[in-house]
Write a new protein. Sequence first.
Length: 68
Amino acid sequence: MSPTPPRVTVDTDLCEGFGVCYSLAPELFADGPGGRALVRQDGTDVDEEYLDTVVAQCPRSALSTTRA
Ligand code: SF4
């Protein structure tokens, strides 16, 4: 049985739209309303180490992953 892919979430109360996430990983994140990041794709088919690296780059710690 394969593990459940991680889910990625953006805390829009913390996000200040610096754009690090959608600059680093435009396949995962986009510039949403008010400059807040939107998740374009969850962790499905994404290298988990890469995902964790991108999440760790958020200067506001607004990104998180959830694993089942
Ligand atoms: S890197 Fe963090 S603060 Fe910047 S847009 Fe992405 S979620 Fe928001």
